[in-house]
Structure formats: C-alpha cells, structure tokens
Ligand binder design. Structure first.
Ligand code: SF4
Ligand code: MG
Length: 313
C-alpha cells in the first residue's frame, strides 16, 4: 500500500548534486490468492524495485506491504512471510550459482529454513524437478550444462521449494529464446492451477502479460497509471499511456486492426528527475495545460479500474 523506494543518487565528490531517485513513488495494488497481477512498463519504471520490495530483498523507504492482512515490516513476520514470498529472476544465467549443482541450488531455500532431513530434502528436490519438467538425474549437474529454458525451470523449482503463496516473476521469459517462452508461461500457469499460488508477473511487454494475468497494472516512472482486469484493459484501455503501449502490440484479429498505432514522442525521462505535474505529460498526446503543474491521483472510475489521469476526473 502506497509503497515507495527512494535511492540516493550522486554523492561522493559531488555531494551537492545528491538527490533522491524515486524509483517507486507511491504504488498500491492487491493480489488475491491464485491470481496473477501483471505489472507492465518500460525498463527503469520501477517494476523490479517493486518486486524486490515485496519479497523482502529491498525495504520500502515508505509505505507498508501486507501479507495475509499483516504488515510484513516486523522482522519475525518478515521471516515467516519470507517462506511464502519467493522470486524468479529475469536472467537464468546469472541467477544460478555456477559452482553449485542443481540439487544444492534447489535445496538452498530448504536449508536456510532448516527444512527436513537431508533425505527429505533430496526427495523434495526430486519432486520439484519433476514438477518443472526436469528428470531427477539432472540434479547432480551444474547450471552451465543447461539451456536458458532449463535454467529458468530450475529457478522456478527453487522458488517453489518452500511452497510459497506468492512468486514474483521478474521478466521470467525475456532472456529466453522466443521458441521456448510459451513453454515457460505454460509451466507457470499449470503450476498456478495445481497449487493455487499467486504471481506478480513483471514484464516490459503487454503480450506475455496478456497471456497470464488476471489483472494488470501499468507503471510509468515509478507510479501506477492504470489498473484493471486484463480483459477490460485490453478491450478498452483508458489511460493515454496504456493506449500507446497497447497500440504497439500486433493485433492478430483483423476486425480490430483499425486500432491506430500511437507512437510516443520524446524519450523516457529519467526517473531521477521526473517531469513535474503528470509525469507522462512530456509524451502524452492529449496533455492539457494543467497536466504540466498538477499531478493526477489514482481514481476508481469503474469496478476494478483505477486511473491517474485528468481526462477521467
Ligand atoms: Fe495526459 Fe494529462 Fe492524463 Fe497525464 S493527466 S495522462 S498528461 S491527459
Ligand atoms: Mg527490471
């Protein structure tokens, strides 16, 4: 709820230029059990920072994160929540320790929580590898013996080890060959159906998100600009930024192809110095005078639809 994460930039010799980088600046959303929330936006908009705060890899500078109704700020609660909140990382090459065999990698979260005996952990690892579609004889191999897709399966097995309630998937397919992206998405949705877990699915592209998400939140420069059910967001995008993102997605249905392509002018401004007023005003095709100075707050405009834009006040 309203979480923020500010980093200190500059510093050193240039102390005077030090300023807070508001990587995530007041973001709120809720994810229900067995549900996937897609978090979409261009790189640098604060998606990964948001995900890292949820699993406890980063602490919010402000705001609170609730897990099953309890704020996870306190240490003891954070430790318990830690088992339930896991992460799958973007880069399956960098996220697996090359000096550990797969059995050690997948068992690591179990060991950290003193889970079971050695034999029980071995059994659990075999189950997990099977769940992600890898034979257990792979357990004694090293990560560099696997393809990108297989490594991401290993990363998913590790994330599942402690039977979490929520997994943050940070761009889990963007480093993979296009030909195997769908396999990993299918694996994630199968696992969700079996286990009833929830995902925060982070992506810079709407296409992958469309396939897996029940709800979607669109982020721009550290803020969520629109949130909606997946279907209604795709059939009826409202925020000018969502419209622009969607217009870049190829439309396979010819009857809907007349949707015009909106090309955003200008570069993505730096998150260390976001524009005043509405942060999107420098690129918004429908910006008005007040957008340069006033900042829109998120409004609920329909059931399950929130927008931060003066056009919908
Ligand atoms: Fe565009 Fe203004 Fe809406 Fe921002 S508030 S998205 S600048 S119309
Ligand atoms: Mg990222």
């Amino acid at each position: 709820q309203n979480i923020k994460r500010h980093f200190s930039a500059g510093g050193g010799m240039f102390r005077k230029t030090r300023r807070a980088v508001k990587a995530v600046d007041g973001v709120s959303f809720a994810i229900g059990q067995g549900e996937t929330l897609g978090l979409v936006g261009e790189s640098g908009c604060g998606k990964s920072t948001t995900g890292r705060m949820i699993v406890g890899l980063l602490a919010p500078t402000d705001g609170e994160i609730f897990f099953q109704g309890q704020s996870i700020a306190e240490k003891t609660i954070r430790r318990n929540a830690g088992k339930n909140l896991q992460m799958v990382f973007q880069d399956p090459y960098a996220s697996l320790n090359p000096r550990m065999v797969i059995r050690q990698i997948v068992a690591e979260p179990l060991l950290l929580q003193n889970w079971g005996s050695r034999a029980e952990r071995d059994k659990r690892v075999d189950e997990l590898l099977e769940r992600v579609g890898l034979a257990s004889y792979h357990a004694s191999r090293y990560p560099d013996e696997f393809s990108g897709g297989q490594r991401q399966r290993i990363g998913i097995a590790r994330a599942l080890a402690l039977s979490p309630k929520l997994i943050v998937c940070d761009e889990p397919i963007s480093a993979l060959d296009v030909s195997i992206q769908a396999q990993i998405l299918n694996l994630l949705t199968d696992i969700q159906q079996d286990l009833g877990i929830s995902y925060l699915f982070i992506s810079h592209g709407l296409q992958a998100v469309k396939y897996v998400s029940h709800k979607i939140a669109v982020m721009y420069l550290g803020k969520i600009v629109e949130q909606a059910e997946g279907d209604s967001l795709f059939s009826n995008p409202l925020h000018p930024y969502t419209k622009a993102l969607l217009s870049a997605v190829p439309e396979p249905d010819p009857s809907r192809r007349e949707r015009e392509r909106i090309v955003l002018s200008g570069d993505l401004p730096s998150p260390s110095n976001p524009p005043k007023g509405c942060r999107f005003h420098t690129r918004c095709p429908t910006a008005m005078e007040r957008c340069k100075t006033e900042e829109p707050t998120p409004l609920t405009v329909a059931e399950d639809r929130q927008i931060a834009c003066f056009l919908y006040e």
